[in-house]
Design a binder for this molecule. Structure first.
Ligand SMILES: [Zn+2]
Length: 593
């Protein structure tokens, strides 16, 4: 009974699910999803079938022909949840499970109307990566199992459901005040890419295959911000081959969404903090789009190989940026990535196993060790391979890799065997064993320099000696140059310096969250009172983990900002996603240490 995924009860000797049919009702008043799932197996089977489940209340399990199935829940395990063992009668082709979700299902977030832009209707959305599909659907919740799906989703008639799937047919009025919407996902995907959001939603067409969804109050701004998405798709196809998912739609979520984006196929989920009003943060869309090849077509077999998804995708994202905006733009993005990686390695410690690319996370909750490492160290490894063999050969390799493994889920070892076959000797030449298996950053990591970033970097590093940018310099800086400048400033400043920065650069009023949060992090760590109101406003409104970690961390530096941090968290915690709450709690644990 081999269990190959440390985060799933999936047993590779047992039949695999090849299709899911979901029939679900979204109950906002009880904050539950109820209904049934039919799992169609890849062959007629008998005997044990182990499924993942977390907090689900199961009411019945039958075969698709209606025969009862004996089922037995195992003990509750904190990371994995509960193993649901079914004993299939001979000839079972599929199972039908009737159930409802638990009270604190970690894969779902329920928002009260006040937490939405429109403030009139509730909202719910799912986030299943890495291992949370099991909190909404009893299933083989491992990326090693790929399945197509169909869904009938019943929602209040004023609301709209979207999924990581194509819509199928028109909605049908069901019981009083409700309607049922239908979805079909014809491509086989891992369970973590199943996604659902329900709210008061409107959409705008961006091209023949791209559309953006958002709350009505936000949809025009979203359509403007992401108007260039078709150009991105065209460039990406030139680089990586045909786009295989038919449509590329996007959904802008309410601000509590814990990530920048989530690459749910056919329906990328995005944080509204990208709506800067100047298209300066659309690199996140390039990232999620790039996952259409690296991650969604070729998928990590387990979370121990997460860098395969993220390292290749960050590299691909920067190739798209380079094709669209030139080498300087991608070099700036690499430079920002290097800073993020250095911070992550410093946080874990350079000898920590969580700075290794090919990890061994048995007994570890992947959410607890989520960081920039698989993204940035992973992309540097890909960039090193590219530099070593030359771009032309590497691009051919990448296309071959995608073609060879598309619609499969693979391990690091499978990638490396394919690399050796296609580009013999390259792995040894770059020191792949150290890159994949050792902590920290190898000495042969590529370094990206960008001439345009040297001025802001050296000005910031000269701060203590009195260096200041001139008005002329500031007038020509892009948002990335400004961000790099802020990143290289001393992390704590006196009040006069904070005042000078804010008056000169108008930082507290910025709508670009990357710049705003970088500034507020410095100002909060400096105990600079004039920004406290803005810090509170941002932390109460936005649940994106990327911003919560540095801001709450900065508030921990002084007694009165520590108290401020505790007060804000007490007010904001009920509105945060469970993942965001955990991040803040882990930051605040260090307040008194
Ligand atoms: Zn990603």
């Amino acid at each position: 009974m081999p269990r190959l995924d440390p985060h799933s009860y999936f047993d590779s000797d047992q039949p695999r699910t090849r299709r899911l049919d979901l029939d679900l009702a979204i109950e906002f008043d009880r904050r539950r999803v109820t209904g049934q799932v039919t799992l169609t197996l890849d062959r007629p089977s008998a005997g044990p079938l182990d499924l993942d489940s977390k907090g689900l209340a199961i009411t019945s399990v039958r075969t698709t022909l209606g025969r009862p199935i004996v089922w037995e829940p195992g003990p509750e395990e904190p990371i994995l949840g509960t193993r649901l063992r079914l004993t299939l009668p001979p000839g079972t082709e599929g199972v039908v499970i009737t159930y409802e979700t638990g009270h604190d299902a970690i894969g779902l977030q329920w928002l009260a109307p006040e937490q939405t832009a429109g403030r009139r209707h509730p909202f719910m959305f799912t986030q299943f990566q890495p291992i949370h599909a099991r909190s909404m659907i009893p299933c083989q919740d491992s990326p090693m199992v790929r399945a197509t799906y169909h869904a009938a989703v019943t929602v209040p008639e004023a609301l709209t459901a979207v999924m990581s799937a194509g819509p199928e047919g028109a909605p049908v009025a069901s019981e009083a005040g409700m309607r049922t919407m239908f979805f079909e996902m014809p491509q086989a995907i891992p369970s973590y890419l199943i996604a659902l959001a329900v709210g008061d939603l409107a959409c705008r067409e961006l091209s023949r295959r791209a559309r953006v969804w958002a709350e009505p109050a936000t949809v025009e701004a979203a359509a403007w911000e992401f108007a260039g998405v078709e150009d991105m798709i065209v460039r990406a196809e030139q680089l990586f081959g045909p786009y295989e998912w038919d449509r590329y739609d996007m959904l802008v979520l309410p601000p509590s969404f814990p990530y920048g984006g989530m690459e749910n196929p056919r329906m990328t989920f995005l944080t509204p903090t990208l709506l800067a009003g100047d298209r300066s943060l659309v690199d996140v869309v390039a990232h999620e789009l790039a996952h259409s090849w690296t991650g969604n077509l070729v998928t990590n077999a387990t979370m121990d190989h997460f860098w395969l998804n993220e390292g290749f995708t960050v590299w691909a994202e920067r190739r798209i940026l380079e094709a669209l905006h030139g080498e300087a733009a991608s070099a700036a993005s690499w430079a920002l990535g290097q800073t993020a990686l250095a911070e992550a390695i410093a946080r874990f410690g350079a000898d920590s196993p969580f700075t290794v690319l090919r990890t061994h996370l048995e007994g570890v909750d992947p959410d607890d060790v989520y960081s920039s490492v698989p993204y940035e160290k992973g992309s540097l490894f890909v960039a090193l391979l590219e530099r070593t063999v030359g771009r032309e050969r590497f691009d051919l390799f990448l296309r071959a890799y995608i073609q060879r493994f598309h619609f499969t889920s693979i391990t690091t070892e499978e990638l490396m065997a394919f690399l050796e076959q296609q580009l013999p000797g390259v792995a040894a030449r770059v020191g792949a064993e150290e890159w994949l298996g050792k902590p920290g950053l190898p000495a042969n990591a590529p370094v990206f320099r960008s001439a345009s970033l040297e001025a802001p970097t050296s000005l910031a590093e000269g701060w203590a000696k009195g260096a200041r940018p001139s008005a002329e310099q500031l007038a020509t800086w892009s948002h990335i140059e400004l961000l790099i400048y802020l990143q290289h400033l001393p992390r704590q400043l006196d009040a006069a310096s904070c005042r000078w920065l804010d008056e000169t650069l108008k930082l507290t009023a910025r709508g670009n969250y990357e710049i705003l949060v970088e500034w507020l992090t410095i100002a909060a760590a400096s105990d600079y009172e004039p920004v406290f109101g803005r810090v509170r406003e941002v932390l109460v409104k936005v649940g994106r983990m990327k911003y919560l970690r540095p801001l709450y961390g900065a508030l921990g530096k002084h007694p009165r900002t520590r108290q401020l941090g505790r007060d804000i968290f007490a007010a904001a915690a009920p509105t945060y996603h469970a993942l965001s709450r955990r991040v803040v709690e882990s930051v605040m644990e260090k307040y008194d240490g």
